[in-house]
Design a protein around this ligand. Sequence first.
Ligand code: MG
Length: 382
Amino acid sequence: MNKTVSVLGSTGSIGTQSLEVCEKHGFRVYGLSANNNIDLLEQQTRKFRTEYVCIYNEEKYSELKQRLSDTGVKVLCGMDGLCEIASLEQNDIVLNSVVGMVGLLPTLTAINAGKDIALANKETLVAGGEIVMSSAKEKGVTIYPVDSEHSAIFQCLQGNKREQLSKIILTASGGPFFRKTYEDLKKVTKADALKHPNWSMGNKITIDSATLMNKGLEFIEAKWLFDLEPEQIEIVVHRQSVVHSAVEYNDYSVIAQLGAPDMKIPIQYALLYPNRFECPTKRLSLTDYGSLTFEKPDYETFRCLSSAIKAIKLGGAYPCLVNSANEEAVKAFLNDEIPFIEIGEIVSSVTEKFAPARIKGYEDVVRADISAREYVRNIIEK
Ligand code: MG
């Protein structure tokens, strides 16, 4: 395989696993970016002999430039740098695994440059789904899902007629606090919340998995990626994370995708599509599991989940507002400013406190993002 790939967010959990996949299949890695981790970014730049590298945190730019001065690599910084790498002529595909809303503009820039995207940044579609999908369509760009559930759905759709799809079944691990009551959640500590039963991931997504916000964001992501009505998406708690999601067709035949819980499988499918090659992971042994379970989620206790679904049903700026409020609340929780339970309280108040607004372009997303963050900071400072 002779593909040229740039990886945004290369030092995170998805980023490092993507580079493993690139290495295994001999891809040319053309550009890399990271938020803060210049040690790992420097190592990766040297190892893959990339042409471009970007550090998002501008304060670390001079140090990175200094460290890489013997290499001839072009060192960039900030949002401009991310966008420059996202739109490089040489890219065959851009893997976007940036954390949070920051990923939206690089995605839009890559689409404008006509570059296919392997999308791991779910906030991109949550905040800007409508504009992202319409500009991808206009430019003939394909968005390959990297999220394991969306990759599963994408795989289940192959070889079938899209118009014969009746619904999708989005599986959820249920996170570390499955079966806990609202009262129990009041006592949760940061260490408890950072422990995920099945997946090893970055801090933001691990907290989102504990609040079930992650599943809410994935619900919205699925709506945009697969052009579905919210009523066509069912969430099922499946503790073992073996069935990564399923689709139902109009004859009520259900097709699921299964595999070991390892992100390298969906990453590789996104980068190699439609080809399949041996993946650097362990194979699934169903008899090791013995039984698989499926249950309904608790929408009352996990308010982030119900709020995200409410937001996409209301439409307009609500998904973006809910997402930004969540980002700000998770940041505050990780900084020990608010207890765990408060994340759900804050996120669920957004659909009540904000008037409806439309999203027609990127500026509208930015405006909604700023107002949601200000709203959350005000609550916390009180
Ligand atoms: Mg997922």
